[in-house]
Design a protein around this ligand. Structure first.
Ligand code: ADE
Ligand code: ZN
Length: 335
């Protein structure tokens, strides 16, 4: 039998919860700071890594937004995303649906189109180089206003054929989903699918709101849904995908230790849970390492790992023919 790390990396899977800005490795951050003459409060790669001690979501977001300041040119966004796709391909990712946070860039004067130019060039390159399909999800920042999200949707208009959906991320507690109901409705009218971070730090009520006020197709994280049996029943009945990120949960102290992670409990109560990497450059591992470390800590079986990979494909926004093809490849792998 192959060892666990090899198995986890070879398992054909979809990455559904990855913030491209969260794949900015310290080496690239320092190199881009130099290339663009941007001052960062770190002299070396080691100094950057030493700053990654988080106490909660906000303590991470403060560093994550500061780090993004080194991204200035289309080439920077291309290089960031291309490096991520190389890593994802090595991790058995056959399809990726990645978030990007346009407001993080437009608010510091970087044009929307420049970000798109860099990201779409890298996406086209990933298809050629790795045979990987990549969809983009534009994430609205929930610490900003709904009007700001509407302005972002207007800026996105010329690029809408390059997106599959929209998401909602950033500081969760105090910023409930319902505040964004109108911009989500407008996004859906434009043919976009809907995702929302909910139940990462926020209460089960935020997950209910994401379902009922926004009408989302997927919940990002969703861990705290486990506190509400009626919510679990609803999510299980509708087979709503929860994109769970174990190493992120531990790094941001939403779960004390990986040994305590509820991923198998989620599967056990009938939730369509999946495993993803969130912001891997900050949290200590990409998707295969999330699978491996969680499997080791929780004693997951290979059958459970195959279920998690199957859930990731089922939870994707792939059209039926491609979904069927990927599921068949997974079945062949599992056999
Ligand atoms: N932006 C990037 N990573 C995030 C996370 N884990 N939660 C909320 N917003 C984010
Ligand atoms: Zn996230």
């Amino acid at each position: 039998m192959t060892d666990l790390a090899t198995f986890c990396a070879a398992l054909p899977k979809a990455e559904l919860h990855l913030h491209i800005e969260g794949s900015l490795e310290p080496e690239l951050m320092v190199a881009l700071a130099k290339r663009n003459k941007v001052a960062i409060p770190f002299a070396t790669v080691e100094d950057v890594r030493a700053a990654y001690r988080f106490t909660d979501l906000q303590s991470f977001l403060d560093i994550y937004y500061a780090g993004a300041a080194v991204l200035r040119t289309a080439e920077d966004f291309h290089d960031l995303a291309a490096a991520y796709f190389d890593r994802a391909a090595a991790d058995g990712v056959v399809h990726a649906e990645i978030f990007f946070d346009p407001q993080t860039h437009t608010h510091r004067g970087i044009p929307f189109g420049l970000v798109m130019e860099g990201l779409t060039a890298a996406i086209d390159g990933a298809r050629t180089k790795h045979g990987m399909s990549v969809y983009l999800i534009m994430s609205y920042l929930r610490h900003l206003s709904e009007e700001d999200a509407f302005a972002t949707l207007r800026e996105a208009e010329p690029w809408l054929d390059r997106f599959v959906g929209v998401g909602l991320d950033s500081s969760e507690v105090g910023n409930p989903p319902a505040r964004f109901a109108r911009v989500f409705a407008a996004s859906r009218e434009r043919g976009l699918r809907l995702c929302c971070h909910a139940g990462e730090e926020g209460p089960p009520a935020y997950v209910w709101e994401a379902l009922d006020a926004l009408g989302v197709d997927r919940i990002d994280h969703g861990n705290r849904a486990l506190e509400d049996p009626a919510l679990v029943a609803r999510l299980a009945r509708d087979a709503t995908t929860l994109t769970v990120c174990p190493l992120s949960n531990v790094a941001l102290r939403n779960v004390a230790r990986l040994e305590d992670h509820p991923i198998d409990r989620m599967l056990g109560v009938g939730l369509r849970a999946t495993i993803h990497s969130d912001d891997p450059a900050y949290f200590g591992g990409y998707i295969a390492e999330n699978y491996r470390a969680t499997a080791q800590a929780r004693g997951l079986t290979r059958a459970q790992l195959v279920t998690l990979a199957r859930n990731s494909l089922l939870g994707s926004f792939l059209p039926a023919p491609e979904l069927v093809r990927h599921l068949a490849a997974l079945d062949a792998f599992a056999a």
